[in-house]
Design a protein around this ligand. Structure first.
Ligand code: KMH
Ligand code: ZN
Length: 277
């Protein structure tokens, strides 16, 4: 059986990683646009986007997102831009939803609360999830369902049954966050087998889990997210020089398994995304 083409998402900056950890982490509008261009040229169909101020402070400010999206569109016109509604730990619901006013093509929907290391808690109550799902649906924004553990997948399935989350269902298993589910092969298999047959999924392994999980998803017909938000190293002890380098490594793994890489147009079809004028 020929597997569907592989959709690569690149999470170029996130809200937590810093230039002190890896100088390639982009903060400014220009750095973010260059990172998105490099990732798209390397094979990413989707850019998972957080906004930062020039000093690296995470922000959900709509004007800042608009500026970054304009800059990305100028250099990577076709790529799917998936804005984060997760933002950073501690942000309010309304703060996190600000970029939805821009009607981006796609956005994340975080599907449960989890510890996030130290005293941090990434809060996504059931009412948050329902409110975010409603806001995305009303703004005609396609969603990626971020699940950090099995309870989050079960929450999605329950809310789908109640009509509070609408298909198509595209899951993102984010595995290896301190406080969430770890990213061993058995964890991946458990989640992968827990979603409906007609759902799609992408896997994002944090840190050392990034490439082993990518390889499992590639063999299984799933999709993959990589990027400096999730992992700063291209191999053990070697910092990645760019987001593009991480994407290129996934493309090489995909080639080994005979998996072609999807263009943004192909990704829109595979994910049954809303057709926009
Ligand atoms: N920065 C994390 C607290 C998302 O993008 O939707 C949340 C996050 C999830 O990165
Ligand atoms: Zn994110």
């Amino acid at each position: 059986m020929t597997l569907e083409k592989l959709i690569i998402t690149c999470a170029i900056t996130g809200a937590e990683v810093t230039k002190a950890q890896n100088p390639a982490v982009p903060y400014t509008v220009r750095e973010l646009a260059e990172a998105a261009k490099g990732a798209a040229e390397a094979g990413a169909a989707v850019i998972h986007l957080h906004a930062r101020q020039d000093d690296g402070t995470p922000t959900q400010d709509a004007a800042r997102f608009a500026e970054i999206i304009r800059a990305i569109r100028a250099v990577a016109p076709d790529v799917i831009i998936q804005v984060s509604t997760g933002g950073a730990v501690g942000m309010t619901r309304m703060e996190r939803l600000q970029p939805i006013t821009l009607h981006p093509e796609m956005a994340t929907l975080d599907c449960g609360t989890l510890n996030f290391g130290g005293d941090d808690i990434f809060v996504n109550t059931e009412n948050d999830i329902i409110a975010f799902a409603k806001a995305l649906s009303e703004a005609h924004v396609d969603k990626e369902l971020e699940c950090f553990e099995k309870g989050h997948v079960d929450t999605v399935l329950r809310l789908v049954k109640k009509g509070l989350i609408a298909p198509p269902l595209h899951f993102s298993f984010v595995l290896g966050v301190n406080g969430g589910m770890t990213g061993e092969a058995r964890d991946f298999k458990f989640l992968r087998e827990s979603i409906p047959a007609d759902a799609t999924y992408s896997v994002a392994g944090i840190g050392r889990f990034e490439f082993p999980l990518a390889e499992l998803a590639i063999q299984d017909g799933g999709h993959v997210r990589v990027g400096l938000e999730d992992n700063l190293f291209v191999e053990k002890g070697v910092l990645a020089s760019s987001n593009a380098e991480l994407v290129k490594k996934v493309v090489q793994i995909a080639r080994r398994y005979g998996r072609d890489v999807a263009t943004p147009a192909e990704a829109r079809r595979i994910l049954a995304m809303e057709v926009r004028p």
